[in-house]
Design a protein around this ligand. Sequence first.
Ligand code: FBP
Length: 338
Amino acid sequence: MKPVSLIQFLIEERRAGRINAELSLLIEVVARACKRIAVATSKGALGGVLGNAGSDNVQGEAQKKLDVISNEILLEANAWGGHLAACASEEMEDPQPIPDMYPKGNHLLLFDPLDGSSNIDVNISVGTIFSVLRCPEHVTEPKVEDFLQPGTQQLAAGYVVYGPATLLVLTFGHGTHEFTLDREVGSFVLSRRDIRIPEQTAEFAINMSNQRHWEAPMQRYVGELLAGKEGPRGKDFNMRWVASMVADVHRIITRGGVFFYPLDAKIKAKGGKLRLMYEANPMAFIVEQAGGAATTGRERILDIQPAGLHQRVPVFLGSRGEVEVATRYHREADVAHA
Ligand code: FBP
């Protein structure tokens, strides 16, 4: 089979009328920026890119040098790209307008420039997550409210995982596809088209150290997984937790599994740990387009009407069978306590 480059794939999607020229050019710009981030992350200590930047982000979290570097690379590339009306990032409080000296486009881009920050200094896979929305008609200076569109309104979503290989996983709402960076040629090449996540799985991912803080239905669900084949589920389950969402989700995209970052007493006031607009929504779109499911434990993530740019939500995603069981346990508990 002749290799299909990302550019060729985007041209095919345009010819099929599934995407327009501006969206495909925007994805090219994002992919090119991620190639530069891949180079920066791969330098490690030799590039002086490890460690803290000495500043905090809007979430009050210590920024890593690579958080700041990746954010700058994406902002710069998309400023002159000409396909955006504005962008928003995990690392910035407010939306970033496109400087007047550059042409503007009709799209809004949201991104987590470097996901899995706690793993940067220990050489474990990290990634970039992005989501594309349409800029509302007649809006030339987009405000926060212009970004607050439900995940169902996404035109595209993707992530790049910087691991042993650099992989781009992408959806436009017509399936989920994987591209591998050919470092010699310097371009992304299609490695899997129309990925399907197995409906059932025996592998779960959750930060078990938070167990004592979980709600009762989550305690019940995980308790049953840990009880294995002697327990009510009648089968053994294995556990994995990389603590980089991109890496945990990519494992699930590749061989199935289920990922949870549920609400717990520690983060209840914040509404969750992971961010809706540039973590949960793009990952939910990618997973659903691969046949999986994504909920908060109570509702479909893509149906949520966002209330804030950095809003946090509980995240249950992956193999449909297990997401449905865990969600059912939460809904039953809510009914029982209503
Ligand atoms: P950021 O690194 O972008 O802040 O993302 C949050 C994250 O690192 C996810 O990638 C990961 O799933 C989760 O937090 C890990 O949480 P914990 O440190 O509780 O295991």
